[in-house]
Design a protein around this ligand. Structure first.
Ligand code: 1GP
Length: 256
């Protein structure tokens, strides 16, 4: 069943062509520093805030950060968990995700089985997501025991994404890894877009307006950036990224 946060995202993608989401890593912010980041990000019209990181260990810290975000902004707060410790009752929704190219069953279905009752108890909206680690994979590739899909094998990414769709997942995420030197290449984004009809999220290593435009034109529906805010400050940068996310125009489903 599609819940209110998912509906909001799909409506916004329909309106703007593609949307930008700001990712914050609870291990790298404090409740007061995160308030500043998300206030600015909301004023720059980022669509939602995602909260998560590859090395989150403290749920109490996550709770404090999510509470501070919820106090500050009205846009949805979506958890991006790397484990069952990434669940906070203070968020609106959670990517209910399976790391499709993990070699460890824990990241395919194990953590999900452990976390599902907690998600229900907290009343969080689960949004089903197929998560695919590509390229160098970064920390998430190591932690999630992924076999990352090489950038020159777009057909393999497309096959994983199609499997996600056939499983009934409504979003698929091509993850280059936080701080990746090279974002997901256009050829891979186009291959996934052409093979599937579910919403496509792309993240990892995206820093410039040019990259955002290329990635959106290749077919991404959602762009996620995290590191760029830590490195370049919030205001100007997010404004620029959000503006360029709208380059595909209304109701146009890439690739162009
Ligand atoms: C990481 O895809 C996200 O999970 C965002 O990556 O930190 O490189 O923006 P960056």
């Amino acid at each position: 069943m599609v819940g209110p946060v998912e509906k909001y995202l799909l409506d916004k993608i329909g309106q703007d062509g593609a949307v930008h989401i700001t990712l914050v890593d609870p291990e790298k912010v404090t409740p007061s520093s995160v308030s500043h980041i998300v206030r600015e990000a909301e004023s720059c019209k980022t669509a939602a805030i995602m909260v998560g990181g590859s090395t989150v260990v403290s749920t109490s810290r996550l709770d404090r950060v999510v509470k501070a975000i919820k106090k500050t902004v009205n846009i949805p707060v979506i958890l991006f968990p790397n484990n069952i410790t990434g669940i906070s009752k203070h968020a609106d929704a959670i990517w209910f995700m399976s790391l499709l190219n993990s070699s460890d069953p824990y990241f395919l279905t194990g953590a999900q089985v452990l976390g599902a009752p907690t998600i229900k108890k907290f009343g969080l909206e689960p949004i089903p997501l197929g998560y695919i680690v590509v390229g160098e994979g970064g920390a998430v590739g190591v932690v999630g025991k992924a076999v990352p899909i090489p950038y020159d094998k777009p057909e393999l990414a497309a096959a994983h994404a199609l499997a996600a769709q056939y499983f009934g997942m409504r979003f698929v995420y091509l993850e280059a890894g936080s701080g990746a030197k090279q974002p997901v290449p256009n050829s891979m984004i186009k291959a996934v877009k052409n093979a599937t009809s579910i919403s496509l999220i792309v993240g990892g290593g995206i820093k410039t307006s040019e990259q955002v435009r290329e990635i959106v034109r290749a077919g991404a529906d959602v762009i996620v950036t995290g590191t760029v805010v830590e490195e370049c400050g919030v205001k100007g940068k997010i404004m620029e990224l959000v503006e360029n996310t709208k380059c595909r125009g209304k109701g146009v489903r890439g690739p162009t």
